[in-house]
Design a protein around this ligand. Structure first.
Ligand SMILES: Nc1nc2c(c(=O)[nH]1)N[C@H]1C(S)=C(S)[C@@H](COP(=O)(O)OP(=O)(O)OC[C@H]3O[C@@H](n4cnc5c(=O)[nH]c(N)nc54)[C@H](O)[C@@H]3O)O[C@H]1N2
Ligand SMILES: Nc1nc2c(c(=O)[nH]1)N[C@H]1C(S)=C(S)[C@@H](COP(=O)(O)OP(=O)(O)OC[C@H]3O[C@@H](n4cnc5c(=O)[nH]c(N)nc54)[C@H](O)[C@@H]3O)O[C@H]1N2
Ligand SMILES: [Mo]
Length: 758
């Protein structure tokens, strides 16, 4: 029997602090996983579920987007993947009785953790205008209600259709088709808050907004730089790949303001050495950089390479690159003092890295949110590209760019057209295939959607998964904006804050997840996803769905499309819902690289999408070449008496889903309201370890935002910076504080001061 959800809501947490760990995984990880799974499921279900994760005939792990190796271990074990699976495969259920018992106003007082622990959603529910409780509604009535609200809009651009990156290719393709047939490109997605900066920088410089390496490249690399990423928690299977690279002779450099345990040492739970031995030391050189110092670091590195005779791959640059002369002229000068200030690194360490680079034929740079969520994120990533181009490290084995994606299908969703700024080529192909004229004007991304709701321009908000209210910046402003909507709709597996902070009317549409069996009148269906390295493969759930009559995401989108677009609409939505092969046939005709989709997706392991820079060293950019760019040295300015706050993930959470209150590797247990501060900064600011403070963010327009009662933890973070968990600190991130070009919220760069807690 699965245990009941906790009665007590531990929102008022009481964190305990111990010294941080220096190694990740090993035996404790397995014990931790099994304990957490056992709280959600019976032992038989735990085994049946975990055995099918990331196996060729199984389902794609709903955790991260890290690719599967060719021959996965029987249990391609990953502690946090297992937690993501257990969270979805839980045997707890939310029924209409739950909503009858809890008024929405009371649910809005609960923590996200408590909401998530209540179990899987089972019944479509409506919160009608003025009602205090959600009440059950039939599927047809729900779709009719949405159609009524959409039809009442002055323009289709009064609606926005959000996507979180777990949605399958098939559902995503149908969803964007529906939005565009309705007449809008308002397709914001979680990627706007995530790797948008990577997409912007890579599209401009290399012509493809995705990573250029495969797992095989990683195994062959001589040098791997991991910057702004915490794989021990967020991409644990990446540690096995790094271990394999290391055993083949690669050097690994970590660039991070925090000494993350997973990057220090890895105890591979698949090997005896990892289970009982000391594990593998991963990092050869740790650069404890200041927040936002990476642009300065890569500029310094590029300067050193340019001034080292023979260091530049001149043949590659001459044949394949544009903009080199301007870049080289600019990088010839270096303000060394500014570099030292921005990075906080001793010059010797930068020279050490330079030495490692000179000794390496094949270099890969991996990165995640530590690079993408800064005001100068796009120039930073452009400078990383400059660095790789200088020595020809793009488009050959063992080398390239590796932005490590978050959600398991966030990359696939974008490939399927979930984008507020689609290319003309994509719209042309879509319009041709479905005989309609897609809207051409760009739509709203996530931040612009919030502004549009605030200003009354978007009145219907529809979310395919995710937790928009909690994941977005500036929580109070976002919640006020959402409350101005006429209607908010969430297609969800689990209850979250976005269901209780709503428009005048709100719908919860429960759906199948990755682990659930999906059977239509035409037989069992599978879906497909694209991982962080452009591999597309199938995913088939095996568990009995949490309730009879639950609809898949594809079924929901197609039935909604029919209800809104009417019986005369020529798109065969019913056929799409019956047999997902019919959707894949269309994708194959619209999206490049998906020829013969239905056959190739059925091969074990799937197939690789084409990537011009990787495959043929050609660059589909505006110049037809790989572009060097000039990126002036900038770094965050922090006034005296303040620190720069980054908002990051603990070990027991998946974005806004909190699995538990521990952050094991960082030594924090039993609570999440902690702020990590360097002891030297703490001394200067008079912050004692264990003291409770309010965090107050200061924005350039003079406005202030407050997050109350955080326990100060003295921790070895780089000087000048602090760290606290997301989403508790989203309230501090001003809506207008976004990255240049990509408009991504600056979640890793918030100026804060500390006030004693009341
Ligand atoms: N278990 C689990 N897995 C996940 C997720 C999850 O929440 N839980 N989330 C998924 C998603 S959507 C994503 S996008 C990824 C996120 O994966 P990560 O990007 O690893 O996630 P964060 O916790 O935001 O960690 C940011 C890391 O960058 C470092 N950092 C912060 N600022 C800087 C900087 O200025 N420079 C440098 N060099 N480093 C910096 C931080 O210290 C931290 O180690 O993980 C995915 N996988
Ligand atoms: N301050 C701060 N803010 C951040 C970040 C940060 O580092 N700091 N990171 C940003 C990043 S990288 C991201 S990606 C976003 C994440 O933003 P989102 O993707 O919007 O948020 P999640 O927490 O991943 O969404 C969780 C919800 O998705 C639903 N769900 C889960 N699986 C499924 C499914 O299979 N189908 C459907 N329909 N629903 C499902 C469940 O109801 C669950 O409650 O947050 C961003 N916000
Ligand atoms: Mo993400």
């Amino acid at each position: 029997m699965a245990k009941q959800p906790p009665h007590r809501d531990p929102a008022q947490d009481a964190p305990h602090v111990a010294p941080p760990a220096h190694a990740a995984a090993g035996l404790p990880a397995i014990g931790h996983t099994l304990r957490m799974a056992a709280e959600q499921m019976s032992p038989g279900r735990v085994l049946a579920t975990l055995r099918r994760v990331n196996q060729p005939d199984g389902f794609d792990c709903p955790g991260c987007a890290w690719p599967e190796p060719d021959k996965p271990h029987l249990a391609e074990f990953c502690e946090n993947g297992a937690k993501a699976v257990a969270e979805e495969a839980t045997e707890r259920r939310i029924t209409p009785a739950f909503f009858a018992e809890h008024p929405v106003a009371a649910l809005a007082e609960r923590s996200g953790y408590w909401l998530g622990q209540q179990g899987r959603l089972t019944t479509p529910m409506l919160l009608d205008e003025g009602a205090t409780h959600y009440a059950p509604i039939g599927w047809d009535e729900a779709f009719a209600l949405i159609a009524e609200e959409l039809t009442a809009l002055d323009s289709p651009d009064g609606a926005a259709f959000y996507t979180s990156g777990r949605t399958s290719n098939e559902a995503a393709f149908a969803y964007q088709l529906f939005a565009r047939k309705l007449g809008t490109n308002n397709l914001p997605d979680c990627s706007n808050m995530c790797h948008e900066s990577s997409g912007s920088a890579l599209t401009e410089t290399l012509g493809v907004g995705k990573g250029s390496v495969s797992l095989k490249d990683l195994y062959q690399a001589d040098l791997i730089i991991v910057a702004g990423q915490n794989p021990g928690t967020n991409h644990p299977r990446m540690l096995s790949a790094l271990e394999r690279a290391k055993r083949a002779g690669a050097r690994i450099v970590s660039v991070n303001p925090l000494p993350e345990a997973g990057l220090e040492r890895f105890k591979n739970p698949q090997t005896p050495r990892g289970l009982v031995g000391g594990g593998t030391r991963l990092t050869d050189l740790f650069l404890q950089i200041r927040l936002g110092g990476d642009l300065a670091l890569f500029r310094a590195l590029n300067h050193l390479l340019l001034t080292t005779p023979g260091a530049v791959d001149e043949a590659f640059v001459a044949e394949h690159c544009a903009g080199y002369a301007e870049f080289a002229a600019d990088a010839a000068e270096l303000d060394r003092a500014a570099v030292l200030r921005a990075t906080g690194l001793p010059w010797e360490q930068i020279e050490q890295l330079h030495g490692l680079v000179l000794g390496a034929q094949k270099v890969i740079v991996c990165w995640a949110m530590g690079l993408t969520q800064h005001k100068h994120a796009v120039p930073t990533i452009r400078e990383v590209v400059n660095f790789l181009l200088l020595r020809g490290n793009v488009g050959r084995p063992g080398a390239g760019v590796c932005p490590v994606r978050g959600h398991s299908n966030v990359q696939g969703d974008r490939t399927m057209g979930i984008f507020e700024r689609p290319s003309a080529a994509f719209l042309d192909a879509l319009g041709r295939e479905f005989a309609f004229e897609p809207p051409r004007a760009h739509g709203h991304d996530t931040v612009d959607t919030i502004r549009a709701m605030r200003d009354g321009r978007v009145k219907v908000f529809f979310a395919m998964g995710g937790n928009f209210v909690a994941a977005s910046p500036d929580t109070d402003a976002t919640e006020a904006a959402v409350r101005r909507c006429r209607l908010t709709v969430h297609v969800s597996t689990k209850l979250n804050r976005s269901h209780v902070v709503t428009g005048a009317r709100a719908l919860i549409l429960p759906t199948l997840g990755r682990t659930d069996r999906d059977v239509t009148a035409a037989g069992p269906q599978f879906v497909s996803v694209e991982d962080s390295m452009g591999m597309v493969h199938s995913s088939r759930g095996g568990l009995r769905p949490p309730a009879p009559g639950l609809l898949s995401e594809v079924a929901i989108v197609t039935r909604l499309a029919r209800a809104v677009l009417g019986p005369q609409d020529p798109t065969p939505w019913e056929e799409f819902a019956l047999d997902y092969d019919r959707i894949r046939e269309r994708i194959a005709r619209v999206v490049p690289g998906f020829d013969d989709y239905n056959a190739r997706v059925r091969r074990p392991g799937g197939f690789a999408l084409p990537h011009a820079p990787r495959d043929t060293r050609t660059f589909p950019t505006a110049t037809g070449k790989a572009n060097f760019t000039v990126n002036p040295l900038t770094a965050p300015e922090v006034p005296a008496g303040r620190l720069l706050l980054q908002t990051l993930r603990s070990h027991d959470q998946y974005n806004t889903t909190v699995y538990g209150l521990d952050d094991r590797y960082r030594g924090i247990t039993g609570g999440r309201r902690v702020v990590l501060v360097n002891p030297a900064d703490a001394a200067e600011l008079g912050l004692a370890d264990g003291q409770f403070v309010d965090l107050v963010s200061e924005w350039t327009d003079g406005s202030e935002r407050r997050a109350p009662r955080f326990r100060v933890v003295h921790y070895p973070v780089a000087r000048g910076g602090a760290a606290a968990y997301y989403p508790e600190t989203n309230v501090l991130v001003p809506l207008d504080s976004t990255a240049d070009v990509s408009n991504t919220p600056t979640s890793k760069s918030v100026v804060v001061r500390f006030e004693p807690a009341a």
